[in-house]
Design a protein around this ligand. Structure first.
Ligand SMILES: CCC/C=C/C(=O)SCCNC(=O)CCNC(=O)[C@H](O)C(C)(C)COP(=O)([O-])OP(=O)([O-])OC[C@H]1O[C@@H](n2cnc3c(N)ncnc32)[C@H](O)[C@@H]1OP(=O)([O-])[O-]
Ligand SMILES: Cc1cc2nc3c(=O)[nH]c(=O)nc-3n(C[C@H](O)[C@H](O)[C@H](O)COP(=O)(O)OP(=O)(O)OC[C@H]3O[C@@H](n4cnc5c(N)ncnc54)[C@H](O)[C@@H]3O)c2cc1C
Length: 687
């Protein structure tokens, strides 16, 4: 039975059509309908309960994850769900599991790195989950430095096999006192996967050909025991209760494990029966193709995680009241704060709360749209690669690397800010925010450490700047470098706060800042006789230039989105305000760079802040409707503070009563540890 909606007043204030915004957020009516149906299917099935996760011991937690994944697979097959529906179902189950790596990395690696013949053997098995796979690249000593991996795959022409071997200390260039430098971290490896895509240095005839991918069977299909030569297990508890501990990140050593030659993934290069190494016409970097695919997906996922946190913090900020006059008594704060019927101020009406919350709300929308665009870019590059057009690969690499870094850093920081925006209650597990943070924060590290990835963007930028004037015209996201002379000279023409709503003015401001920062780095680099030394010395500045370039991409894709036909009453107007908050809050935060590069004046920076405050006021009455547009079920949000009806306090109280610590009034341990202590105090007090 539906109860009272404590946020109904807020919902009535909305100035736009929420149903239309839901479709804009989802990307299309079709995607919305699938997501809506599947999220409700999951939410209404008690088998997918997740509120007990922080309380479960690791073994129970993990077994529960196995149960859920098996049950999800049963539903997928019994209901004959399409690939799209199945992936939505896994998404809404919302529990990190080995299936993420199987579907998210193992299958894409098979698709991207295997020949057609290899795919026809392995993909059907993977699709039916008759084998379960993971992506085993990172080693104990090497994660970021993929070229430094030490596992070897040596071809044995006698038997037509590769011998896969984890290096021992004696053959290692690492100085640590471990016996073997094993594979370390892959999700799904520890306890579940039957197979892995293992990355190892290919050796033929004594020659090292660098890192390549190999399909290695890890466990017996009969009893799940590791095959001879394989030692495998879980790497242990990770940050946060529940959280990412549902995943079996693993350790693996391979002691001269033999695999048939045709289990080298041979799309990019091949080894013949005679042991001859052959490189295809495609660039070697395609060995890294799975990482490009996953980074692209991570950008889309960032908007999901951030929007969840923002939905919780926004709803709670409208429910929560602090200060103001109680029982109609004298006011304790100035009159411009909106008063509720109780006379208390909703914390969402504090400008400081808006200044922290609304840029995050805007970022969630911005990341959604840039994620959509990145998906298009990835599809485009994949189609080009299929016909041997490799021209856009460097840009695709720079965009996926840079946007992965930018969006995951902002999202991880944003989730933590949302926790603080919820005051003390944000610290409770029932707020959903601690777990969300703990699950999300490794995204800043996996699929490439965020700084390492920004340095890749910086390399791309420096290469672009060095080619200016060579006749090679920069295209795509870097096209603005083609107008660098103009961008270095031009000055911002803003005179009134509203001028900051002009898209071409805004775009030029972000382009000028990015171009000036890149050119300045390039000029400083040219002072070094050794470019690599210069790059290392200036890497902090280079990272800042890369961030400026990536922010420009996000801003420009949001502005592009607003050029499209967006149906629904008031939807486009609201999105314009949200977009304005996104770029003006960035401009405010990075004011120093805009001023130091002399594109804007301090007066124009102040006008930007005026406009930003005006946009906060525009968005405020629409804030709840803007987060309702994400269409998240209470199950998916997993937060009492963010529940749809805003009935927060009774739910908090009920949840506290159910905590296992409250099973008994007198706690376990009282008789052993409290009673004797209290007795002793009593005794000494009497003395
Ligand atoms: C659910 C969570 C699951 C998590 C899973 C994981 O974490 S899995 C584990 C995830 N692990 C990680 O993410 C590890 C992160 N580390 C890496 O990805 C690499 O080691 C690296 C990119 C940092 C360096 O690469 P490098 O050692 O080869 O050295 P280099 O810098 O000299 O580059 C040489 C050239 O290659 C180019 N190029 C590079 N990458 C790509 C690409 N993907 N595409 C296309 N091109 C690429 C680059 O631009 C340069 O081009 P240029 O200038 O010659 O025209
Ligand atoms: C939850 C989780 C899941 C994972 N899942 C998988 C998986 O499924 N499969 C897999 O193969 N791997 C996986 N990984 C491993 C992950 O990909 C690596 O941890 C990641 O690539 C970072 O590498 P690293 O650990 O070597 O960090 P390091 O490179 O050791 O980073 C340490 C510090 O050094 C800095 N640094 C490193 N190099 C440079 C440089 N050149 N310039 C400036 N600073 C630098 C970094 O910024 C960082 O601050 C996972 C990791 C985590 C945390």
């Amino acid at each position: 039975m539906a109860g009272v909606d404590y946020l109904a007043d807020e919902r009535n204030k909305a100035e736009f059509d929420v149903d239309s915004m839901k479709i804009v957020w989802a990307g299309s009516r079709h995607t919305f309908e699938v997501a809506d149906r599947i999220s409700k299917l999951v939410a209404n099935d008690p088998a997918f309960r997740k509120d007990d996760r922080p309380m479960l011991p690791r073994k129970e937690l993990f077994k529960n994850t196995l149960r859920k994944a098996a049950y999800a697979w049963k539903l997928i097959t019994e209901l004959r769900l399409s690939e799209e529906e199945a992936s939505k179902l896994r998404f809404f189950v919302d529990e990190p599991a080995y299936t993420d790596l199987h579907w998210g990395m193992f299958v894409p690696a098979l698709k991207g790195q295997c020949t057609d013949e290899q795919q026809s053997k392995w993909l059907p098995l993977a699709y039916k989950m008759q084998i379960i796979g993971c992506y085993a690249q990172t080693e104990l000593g090497h994660g970021s430095n993929v070229q430094g991996l030490e596992t070897t795959a040596t071809f044995d022409p006698q038997t037509d096999e590769f011998v896969i071997h984890s290096p021992t200390l004696t053959s290692s260039k690492c100085y640590h006192t471990v016996e073997v430098l094993c594979t370390w971290w892959p999700g799904g490896l520890g306890k579940v996967s039957t197979h892995a895509v293992v990355y190892a240095r290919l050796i033929t005839d004594g020659k090292d050909h660098g890192v390549h991918g190999f399909i290695v069977q890890l466990r017996s299909m009969e009893d799940h025991k590791p095959l001879p030569g394989i030692t495998v297990g879980d790497i242990g508890m990770k940050f946060g209760n529940g959280a990412y501990n549902t995943m079996d990140n693993g350790v693996l050593t391979l002691d001269h494990v033999r695999i048939p030659r045709d289990q080298m993934m041979m799309r990019v290069s091949q080894v013949t029966r005679e042991g001859k190494y052959k490189q295809s016409d495609v660039p070697r970097q395609l060995v890294y193709g799975t990482m490009v695919y996953v980074r692209q997906k991570i950008v889309a996922d960032a908007s999901c995680a951030l929007s969840k946190a923002v939905c919780i913090a926004t709803r709670y900020s409208a429910v929560r009241r602090q200060f103001g006059s109680q029982n109609g008594g004298p006011e304790t704060q100035s009159a411009h704060y909106r008063k509720s019927y109780t006379g208390l101020i909703q914390v969402i009406d504090y400008k400081t709360q808006q200044n922290r919350l609304f840029p995050l709300l805007a970022s969630a929308y911005a990341f959604r749209f840039v994620g959509e665009w990145l998906k298009w870019l990835y599809t485009d590059v994949t189609q080009r690669l299929a016909v041997n057009d490799f021209s856009t690969l460097p840009e695709a690499h720079a965009c996926t690397a840079g946007l992965k870094s930018l969006t995951t850093t902002a999202t991880a920081d944003g989730i933590e800010e949302c926790r603080k925006l919820c005051g003390g209650h944000g610290y409770l597990c029932t707020s959903g925010l601690p777990e969300l943070f703990a699950v999300y924060v490794p995204a800043c590290t996996y699929e490439g450490d965020n700084i390492v990835l920004l340095l890749q963007v910086a390399r791309f930028l420096m290469k672009t700047v060095s080619q200016i004037g060579s006749g090679k015209q920069p295209v795509g996201t870097i096209a603005y470098m083609g107008r660098v002379e103009h961008l270095l000279k031009s000055r911002c023409s803003v005179q009134r706060a509203e001028d900051w709503l002009n898209p071409s003015q805004v775009l030029e401001a972000f382009e000028a800042r990015a171009a000036r920062m890149s050119v300045s780095c390039a000029q400083n680099l040219s002072k070094f006789s050794n470019p690599e030394e210069g790059f290392a010395e200036l890497s902090a500045d280079l990272v800042e230039a890369a961030v400026a370039h990536c922010q420009l991409i996000v801003v420009s894709k949001f502005l592009d989105k607003l050029q499209q036909d967006i149906p629904g009453k008031g939807v486009k107007q609201l999105l314009q305000a949200v977009c304005g908050i996104y770029y003006l809050s960035l401009l405010h935060k990075h004011q120093g760079e805009f001023l130091a590069t002399s594109y804007i004046t301090p007066k124009q920076a102040a006008l930007a802040s005026d406009q930003l405050r005006a946009l906060y006021s525009k968005v405020r009455p629409n804030a709840i409707a803007l987060v309702d547009s994400f269409n998240y079920t209470d199950h998916f949000l997993g937060s009492i503070l963010g529940c749809y009806d805003g009935n927060v306090y009774p739910k908090l109280y009920e949840a506290a009563k159910k905590d296992p610590l409250n099973d008994t009034v007198v706690p376990d341990g009282y008789h052993e540890y409290l009673k004797p202590l209290l007795k002793q105090q009593l005794h000494s007090a009497k003395l």
